[in-house]
Design a protein around this ligand. Structure first.
Ligand code: SIN
Length: 544
């Protein structure tokens, strides 16, 4: 039996729920969330959401900072669209009850934070719990909306693409694993929205929650969607270095408020790399840390907050302070050990200004999408902004598409497990999983080279064979589905990185240390071919 809805949303984070709120005014919405409401990456976001809300700031300045961080690959029209859409989205979040922090002496004014690469204070935050506050407010609003059905513990496995009227078919929905019953469900919609977030779990060290296994990216690619700029993986410079912390993030806002990065001997070092020092963009800071750690053989560098008033720190960074104390670290009294970790995928499913992918009926929003906003390196706190602005814009377009989408050619076949049996060797899954994440860290991490990428691709191809065999022979489990997705995403990152024979933004390779302005966006086509595409004008998918 299949479940039908007007708008099928895969992903229960900020982009997905924003879409759902807007689309629900026009039809029924089903949201499939992989985990529980507090497990998304959006919920974990600490820093905040960048938007121009102060009279001392301007759209032009925010645009300039975004373009500078993006190192020549941002799509200017998309940057403008997103930044100018910020105030409307902020007002909407406030109307849902998000308690953005205000100045103590002026409750009318926002207490705006600063982060690397921003020329002004423009980060709206709710203490250091911004993502959580936003997601709580959105969840409340979604649950109060009778037109939205939110199903948790659902892991989408494959998209359903009907190949009747168009060379690339029309997306009709997805096969979805109910992680409680182990059953595969068929969910259909007049459009399908991928909002499954990033893929930090492709790397062994990541700031991302466990669910970030690139499911949407892998499904979209398998369904024939064009992928763009997968080589640009952002490593956040400051994750807590502690055996029990599991890459707990120390927000860049800490450096924005005056925190300094130091070497083990207490010296500052970032001025040697960039005049902005600890507040240079993330690509520069993460690479500098990586370089110093390798040169000195140290395990970590230090984030020193001790020059700031203890009372202020405890209030402004209440969540981080409490978590650090759990690990026996008091940021008011001692520097915190930190290392970089995989944090954000700037690349993803190639999407246009309305969130359309190259597959008719399939939208891509949030971290999973590549709209052209981030270019070669995302400016801090632009991601929540992108999620809310494009969630809204995609919903507007999807309502129009739903009204004229071609009728389905027939009922899609239900999921057929074939002769699959229960796996008796889950060790194969965990071993492959571990291997991919480790070699991605070592060979396809902050610093790359031709040889490292070649090695990674060779290993990947062997592993892909094993995973394919496993996938067809054994009944699906969430671990197996995630492993298969991680393998696809890892291969896309490697192949895109091989295509980019230059260093730019987040992609740094020892063999091509200079920028080459002939290389534009890296596109992986549906036939697996890789090409460069111009960034102006931005892509526009006309569908049918
Ligand atoms: C942070 O708080 O440092 C993360 C925010 C972001 O990735 O934009």
């Amino acid at each position: 039996m299949s479940h039908e809805t007007d708008f099928l949303v895969i992903g229960g984070g900020l982009a997905g729920l924003t879409f759902a709120m807007h689309a629900a005014r026009h039809g029924s919405v089903t949201v499939l969330a992989k985990g529980r409401s507090t497990s998304s990456a959006s919920d974990k976001a600490q820093g905040g959401i960048a938007s121009v809300v102060s009279e001392h700031d301007s759209f032009e300045d925010h645009e300039r900072d975004t373009l500078r961080a993006g190192a020549g690959l941002c799509h200017e029209d998309i940057v403008r669209l997103c930044i100018q859409g910020g105030p409307e989205s902020i007002a909407e979040l406030e109307s849902l009850g998000v308690p953005f922090s205000r100045m103590q002496d002026d409750q009318q004014a926002y207490d705006l934070g600063k982060e690397g690469g921003h020329s002004h204070r423009r980060i709206l935050h709710a203490g250091d719990f911004t993502g959580h506050e936003i997601m709580q407010a959105l969840h409340k609003a979604v649950r109060a909306q009778p037109g939205i059905r939110l199903l948790e513990d659902r892991l989408a496995v494959n998209l359903i693409v009907e190949r009747a009227d168009h060379p690339v078919g029309v997306c009709r929905g997805a096969y979805v694993l109910d992680q409680n019953s182990g059953q595969i469900e068929t969910h259909l919609g007049s459009c399908t929205v991928l909002a499954t977030g990033g893929a930090g779990k492709v790397y062994v060290y990541t700031s991302n929650p466990d669910m970030a296994s690139g499911d949407g990216m892998a499904m979209a690619y398998r369904a024939g969607a064009e992928m763009c700029n997968m080589e640009f993986v952002q490593f956040h410079p400051t994750c807590l270095y502690h055996p029990r912390a599991k890459s707990f993030l120390l927000s860049e806002a800490m450096r924005g408020e005056g925190g300094k990065l130091r070497l083990a001997d207490g010296s500052e070092f970032l001025e040697d790399y960039d005049e902005r020092g600890s507040l240079a963009t993330r690509d520069i800071v993460a690479r500098a840390i990586d370089f110093e750690l390798k040169k000195r053989g140290d395990d970590c560098v230090l984030l020193d907050m001790t020059a700031l008033e203890a009372d202020y720190l405890v209030k402004r960074f209440a969540n981080i302070h409490r978590r650090c104390l759990e690990y026996g670290l008091d940021m008011t009294a001692e520097p915190l050990p930190v290392v970089p970790a995989a944090h954000y995928f700037c690349g993803g499913v190639r999407a246009d200004a309305r969130g359309r992918s190259s597959v008719p009926g399939l939208y891509a929003i949030g971290e999973l999408a590549n709209t052209g906003l981030h270019g070669a390196n995302r400016l801090a706190s632009n991601s929540l902004l992108e999620a809310v602005v494009f969630g809204r814009l995609a919903a507007k377009d999807a309502v129009e598409w739903a009204a004229r989408a071609p009728a389905p050619a027939g009922e899609p076949p239900s999921w057929d497990p074939g002769d699959a049996t229960d796996s008796d060797e889950m060790v194969v899954v965990s071993q492959n999983w571990d291997e991919i994440r480790r070699f991605m860290w070592s060979y396809v991490g902050i610093v790359r080279s031709d040889k490292r990428l070649e090695r990674a691709l060779r290993r990947m191809q062997i592993l892909q064979e094993e995973i394919r065999e496993y996938y067809w022979n054994f009944l699906l489990t969430s671990d197996l589905v995630e492993l298969r997705n991680i393998a696809v995403v890892a291969e896309l990152v490697i192949r895109s990185a091989q295509h980019r024979t230059e260093s730019r933004g987040l992609h740094y390779t020892l063999d091509h240390p200079e920028a080459d302005d002939r290389l534009l966006d890296t596109i992986i086509q549906r036939d697996g071919g890789v090409r460069s595409a111009p960034i102006h004008p931005s892509v526009h998918y006309d569908w049918i």
